[in-house]
Write a protein that binds this ligand. Structure first.
Ligand code: SF4
Ligand code: SF4
Length: 184
């Protein structure tokens, strides 16, 4: 190796650095004031969804908990009545907790849910300073109601919300462009 070789390599490195600094756009994001958009398949913090009428999609069936490989979800169900209704059908989740320290964001809970109630959203701000705060309760996970008169629990008409799981269309008919009928 000649004596000049390391100097040439150093010069080449500096040229690349200068090119990057002078001609490429700055990629620094001023977080937390500016938040970077996530990819469409990003899996962030869970959200418990509601129907358009404000009723909770979760029916407390625990299928998500059963599917979770890291035992991060705890669900306890209770009975709905027309006087005090949280979700369509017989039962709702009276307790729903996810331990974010256990979660590996695999999305199995999302796949297992029969009502599409649990969804991994785009929120990646998951910080806590003690173990207790890492357990996210239902109140934190549930999305807000669409309007003030759609809160849960609420009184509903008798014998209307009888189905726990929305009526789904035959997947073979998807291509025809029809929509899924949701009985809520
Ligand atoms: S994303 Fe995976 S690990 Fe996290 S709660 Fe859902 S099933 Fe469990
Ligand atoms: S989120 Fe879905 S799978 Fe989990 S308890 Fe609720 S309805 Fe069942």
């Amino acid at each position: 190796m000649s004596l000049l070789e390391p100097i040439i390599e150093l010069g080449r490195g500096l040229v690349i650095t200068m090119k990057q600094a002078l001609f490429n756009p700055v990629v620094t994001v001023q977080y937390p004031e500016v938040k970077r958009e996530v990819r469409p398949r990003f899996r962030g913090r869970h959200v418990l969804k509601r129907y358009e009428n404000g009723l909770e999609k979760c029916i407390g069936c625990s299928l998500c908990a059963a599917a979770c490989p890291s035992d991060a979800i705890f669900v306890e169900a209770a009975e709905n009545t027309d006087e005090k209704r949280f979700s369509p059908g017989e039962r709702y989740a009276s307790t729903y907790e996810i331990n974010m320290m256990r979660c590996i964001f695999c999305g199995f809970c999302e796949d297992a849910c029969p009502t599409e109630a649990i969804v991994l959203g785009d929120n990646y701000e998951l910080s806590f300073t003690n173990r207790r705060d890492a357990i996210y309760p239902k109140e934190m996970l549930l999305e807000p109601v669409p309007s003030a008169d759609m809160t849960t629990p609420r009184k509903t008409e008798a014998n209307v919300f009888t189905r726990s799981v929305p009526e789904m269309k035959n997947p073979k008919d998807w291509e025809s462009g029809d929509t899924v009928k949701v009985d809520t």
